[in-house]
Design a protein around this ligand. Structure first.
Ligand code: UD1
Ligand code: UDP
Length: 380
């Protein structure tokens, strides 16, 4: 069986590590994986570092699309992916998550009848102003095999009319939905101890035995709106009076920080000895930071989940989340980009540190589950 895997943005490269590892360890005699990097993320610390660190095979192709507006970027990717699918004639294309690389892969494959496997299917924010919401809906509705990591994802797909107890053969018109664990959980379990052994970021940043908050910010809904970005940074300044803050800066945020925050606020941030702005870190480094942090504050999908995996309270810098279970268990609070709500959430978790993190993301073997289903679908 031949799979073409599309990756492009940082979280997809990380997710692909789990599937590639499972193929290498258990299915190398049955599955050939061709990896296509769209080039959506291209800085070394947004791309190459993960290949080096997570034993992901080098991409067979790189489309080098780089940054552009949504339409231009997606069009360039679609064109490149279509040509490769025609050349490679795979049994399935594998798409992760909800980025423009996902959308391009879905549109290219569906139109030329290459069946789609969507990993992280069914997630919804119910906020169509997010580019990701459009991408995930389109991808789900073009897919043949949909792997949803959560019960909420399964319910969302049911509500959108996906059949649940249907038999094969599975096609784009008779798609199959599987509820399985989360592939990011596979990775966090697999790499947690390796991270402790192989990184010295905690020592390097002088964080050993020091309480600190790990923060990440990159959503366009925060970075591109001066009033929202300012509210988040004002909260960080307040928090930094109580606690160290470590903030690995996504390149989008790094650029917009300088244009979207006023000079006085920028000075406060750059001159604060308790706010540690650092370049994006590697996966082993971020999971070491997540494990040692007192609390995680983020607008990232991946980071809010990893905070939960490592049993840390989370403050989510968005009005809603697709990972509703994290909020429902009380282990994360939706504070939006609201300074007051962020500070209230911080006080809440200081007074009531969460202790129960039910296992809602599977058993750490989601990749093997998915590969079994993909193989048996071909047999059908
Ligand atoms: C993208 C995804 C988002 C995902 C995020 C993960 C879409 C629509 N968005 O957002 O869902 O959560 O990746 O990180 O697909 N840039 C660089 N170097 C890079 C990459 C980007 O400098 O290697 C800068 C460029 O100025 C670029 C900006 O970051 O314009 C945004 O990059 P882009 O890939 O368009 O979107 P992200 O915000 O990264
Ligand atoms: N991540 C990383 N280094 C960083 C920040 C994040 O390796 O400096 C990892 C993080 O652990 C998670 C993934 O990148 O696995 C999440 O990516 P991101 O926040 O960019 O996107 P999202 O998950 O919101 O789509």
């Amino acid at each position: 069986m031949k799979l073409v895997t599309i990756i492009g943005a940082r979280p997809q490269i990380i997710k692909a590590a789990a599937l590639s590892r499972a193929i290498r360890n258990h299915y190398s005699d049955q599955i050939q994986e061709i990896i296509v990097h769209t080039g959506q993320h291209y800085d070394d610390n947004m791309s190459q570092v993960f290949f080096d660190e997570l034993q992901i095979p080098r991409p067979d192709y790189n489309l080098h699309v780089g940054s552009a507006s949504h339409g231009v970027q997606t069009a360039r990717m679609t064109e490149g992916i279509e040509a490769l699918l025609i050349k490679e004639q795979p049994d399935f294309i594998v798409l992760y998550g909800d980025t423009n690389s996902t959308l391009a892969g879905a549109v290219a494959a569906a139109k030329i009848h290459v069946p789609i496997v969507h990993i992280e299917a069914g997630l919804r924010s119910f906020n169509k102003s997010m580019p990701e919401e459009i991408n995930r809906i389109v991808c789900d509705h073009c897919s043949t095999l949909l792997f949803t990591p959560t019960k909420a994802g399964l319910e969302n797909l049911k509500h959108e009319g996906f059949p649940i107890n249907n038999g094969g053969p599975y096609t784009i018109d008779n798609p199959k939905v599987y509820h399985c664990g989360d592939i990011m959980y596979d990775n966090s379990l697999y790499f947690a101890d390796i991270a402790e052994e192989k990184t010295d970021i905690i020592q390097r940043l002088k964080l050993a035995d020091k309480p600190f908050i790990l923060a990440t910010i990159h959503r366009d809904s925060n970075t591109d709106h001066p009033e929202r970005l300012s509210a988040i940074f004002k909260a960080l300044i307040q928090l930094s009076k109580e606690c160290q803050v470590v903030l690995p800066l996504h390149p989008r945020t790094n650029k917009l920080l300088k244009t979207n925050l006023d000079e006085a606020l920028q000075n406060q941030i750059f001159n604060s000895t308790n706010i540690n702005l650092i370049p994006p870190v590697s996966f082993l480094e971020i999971i070491a930071l997540e494990r040692h942090a007192q609390l995680v504050m983020t607008d990232s999908g991946g980071v809010q989940k990893e905070a939960y995996f490592f049993q840390k309270p989370g403050i989510i810098l968005r009005p809603e989340t697709e990972w509703v279970e994290i909020v429902e268990t009380g282990n994360a609070i939706l504070a939006n980009a609201d300074e007051g709500r962020i500070m209230e959430a911080w006080q809440h978790f200081k007074n009531n540190p969460p202790t129960k993190f039910p296992g809602i993301f599977g058993d750490g073997y989601a990749a093997e589950f998915m590969l079994d289903k993909i193989i048996s679908c071909k047999v059908l």
